[in-house]
Design a protein around this ligand. Sequence first.
Ligand code: FES
Length: 162
Amino acid sequence: MPREGMREVADVLGLTTAEVEAVATFYTMLKLQPSGRYVISMCTNPSCSLLGGRRLYERARGILGEASERVTDDGLFTVEEEECLAACDAAPVVTVNYTYYDRVTEEQLDAMIAGIREGRVPEASRGGVPGDLRDVSRLLAGEGSLPGPKLQQVAAKGENRA
Ligand code: FES
């Protein structure tokens, strides 16, 4: 989001541009620059790093190149190094468009990247297959439906609690 956009949001909400920028730069799910259709986030905090998280991150960057820090040339991937994803018991954890893949091995990472390139996103550890970032962003904004029956069940339970 360019600075003019933050200024417009600030005007609408009655905030300062600095307040909007503070929120926008704190949450990694808010993208301030174009991202690939699939954002691969890799936890490199201690639990995950001890079990190979850092190696996974470096491997992904090696396979997808320096451009993956922003967007790969094919527009498919952005690779992010993340702080704890709050699933330490499933380390090393990788998310694709915020859907969790637990205890990921280097071979699984390779297969994940190859599958996405071929249009076959692998099923997540807890069920479901993430859509592309645009679809998932709409979902996170409260629009659309979840991509798999297990995720839909989880969402339904959450709605029942509200
Ligand atoms: S340290 Fe990786 S999920 Fe907590």
